[in-house]
Design a protein around this ligand. Structure first.
Ligand code: SAM
Length: 234
């Protein structure tokens, strides 16, 4: 019996956090750099975002002239019709890919993307580089924001076997305490590359940030660009 896992559903995170998501992510780097890079890769489009959320990235991209279809569904299945000729750009950013909580769902997602990606198109996936040292005794508590009127604590539980982290963003204000639960199944870049290979994709580029920073041992996140390998992996 695990009250967190028993109650947590794919929609739980988005349902609970939607109202405050944009304020909570306001400290993230300007999504403009991200939109610039994505617009270059999309060309005339259309682009397909998986896990679009509040449109934090999609709206700046749309402002650059991209058409972005919106479909409700589980993005493990990539439940959209293939665009004619395929999408020149499919993207999933800001750790959203890790919201698929099993390796099986993540592999299925890669396959679905490969089936919708245009020849020569780009599948862009960004995520954090896992760091199990963040967890002591399988848990962590971190003050991620400290203001005069509020504090945000991130409490997490880590399972290194399934590579899963269950977490609560705990927002404490004078009005009370709000809980925003979430969960990720993280994967190292090397595992993502293998998933890509299973789907007939290969890594074209990997940067340490949206300005094409080099990716190296000090990088905390990666921007990975996959493309069709040309021949199906055997
Ligand atoms: C961390 S937010 C990121 C949103 C957006 N990509 C961004 O960068 O701001 C993750 C989003 O993925 C959605 N999500 C999580 N699992 C999903 C699933 N299996 N199918 C569709 N959407 C999902 C959540 O509801 C949430 O909107």
């Amino acid at each position: 019996m695990d009250s967190f896992r028993d109650g947590f559903r794919p929609e739980t995170y988005g349902d609970r956090i939607a109202d405050v998501y944009d304020a909570m992510t306001a400290d993230l780097p300007d999504p403009g750099d991200c939109a610039d890079r994505l617009a270059e890769l999309a060309g005339p489009g259309p682009a397909l975002e998986l896990g679009i959320g509040t449109g934090r990235v999609a709206l700046p991209l749309a402002a650059r002239g991209e058409a972005i279809p919106v479909t409700f569904g589980d993005f493990a299945n990539v439940p959209v019709e293939p665009a004619e000729g395929g999408y020149p750009l499919v993207y999933v950013v800001f750790n959203t890919f890790f919201a698929l909580l099993t390796q099986e769902d993540q592999v299925r997602c890669f396959a679905g993307v490969a089936g919708r990606l245009a020849p020569g198109g780009a599948f862009v996936l960004t995520g954090f580089v896992p760091d199990p040292t963040l967890y002591t005794g399988g848990q962590s508590v971190r003050a991620s924001h400290l203001g005069l009127e509020q504090v945000r604590l991130d409490a997490a539980r880590h399972d290194p076997v399934t590579q899963r982290v269950d977490f609560q963003h705990v927002l404490v204000t004078g009005d009370g305490i709000r809980l925003y639960p979430g969960a990720v199944r993280y994967a190292w870049p090397s595992e993502l590359d293998l998933m890509a290979r299973l789907a007939g994709l290969r890594l074209r580029d990997r940067w340490g940030g949206w300005r094409r920073e080099p990716f190296d041992a000090a990088s905390g996140l990666h921007v990975s660009v996959y493309e069709h390998a040309g021949v199906a992996a055997s």
